[in-house]
Write a protein that binds this ligand. Sequence first.
Ligand code: HEM
Length: 430
Amino acid sequence: MGSVLAIVINSPSLAKEVLKVQDAIFANHDVPAATVVGTFGGINILWRPNGSRCNQLRKLVVCEIMSKQSLDACYVLRQREVRRMVKEIHGKVGSSVNIYEQLSATALRVMMSTLWGDDPSQDLIEFRKRLDEIVITFGAPNVSDFFPILAPFDLQGIESKGKEQVSWFYGVFESMIKNRRNIRDDGKEKENIRKDFMQQLLELHWRGDEKNSLSINEVKALLLDMMVAGTDTVPTAVEWAMTELLCHRDKMTKLVKELDMVVGNQNTVEDSHIPQLVYLDAVIKETLRLHPVAPLLIPRVPSKTTVIGGFTVPKGCRVFINAWVIQRDPELWDDPLRFHPERFLETDINYRSNNFGFIPFGSGRRICVGVSLAEKMMALLLGSLVHSFEWGLSEGTKPSLEDKFGIVLKKTESLVGIPVARLPNLEQYQ
Ligand code: HEM
């Protein structure tokens, strides 16, 4: 690729070599030129070089922000937004519903309220548009990445566009942070209120002890990381799951049976049901196996020259781990192209199990920090869509399984379904 050597890993054994055996050497993500300016030189988690500060930030997010206690505390927000989605779809029974649009608006509302609470002044459509723009800008092929010597010239204007787009978010965060600072200075902070992620991060910033403190720029960068990484991935995965279920009605029937047995038709799907919904979990895993949302993970860059599978891998080259191919490897998976969630009922493979044939969230030092939240959101969204409605399609149509390859593996065509209400009363969603 231009003047930069790119290597693609297509086998689980070589993926293990990169993500486990030589993890320390491959623990840097490839940082696109456009993001360096936009994220204050890569101080966020995603683009930060491997090292002690990166580990501290990761630990802080995983142990504090994504802890069971913290995720349980913001469950009411997930519940409220999923109920809102079901009610909205209920108002459209019998007509065509763009499933991705519903999921995407819900995931965005969940992320925004989880990150900084409710702010009625914020325009959801504006946020969605701005996030889409950032993903397009940073995902666009950039000459500066292929020929780093040209980076200072920003020939396509991608770096300046990225900077402008990121600045918009930082401006929004700054005014929210200013309000929080005023509230703190006025001593008006209420005790025992649920602390959103922004408040937790700010308290670490204010606490200021050497090990855990965060600079204000790091607070803003982490908030943006979570917005970008968390809002499109979950709805994309759930849209793929619905598509597979509509293509495989026997699997849909099996899932409905499980939901009726565990949840019943007088209740809504809740977080507390998730551990018992084993078939739902298997459907989500099988979906992520066939349609990994990040098909090439996030490319890695070795910090020194090394050898992988007998080949020399030079320092500074770009290493792509092809989860899409690995997760369809016939040596590992029986009948690999078949959508067969049952395969996950027979094994204890999970997202962190060090099975290098199944890596939808990556693995090793840079494994996704949002796995716990993503698991909960995917289960709640998919479980609620299937439990609340029977889904049909317009006459003569079949859902397409065609994908568009990119940083995020999207469907070529959005899934449009026709819902019919299944539950006896809508009061349950109030
Ligand atoms: C279905 C949902 C999701 C999928 C499939 C997914 C997948 C991934 C993958 C493949 C990586 C790169 C891992 C590697 O290099 O080995 C990653 C990194 C990351 N993800 Fe996720 N992700 C999801 C949801 C989320 C959510 C909800 C958040 C946060 C709220 C999040 C935050 C991050 C961050 C901050 C990183 C960078 C970690 C680092 O650089 O050390 N992700 N994710």
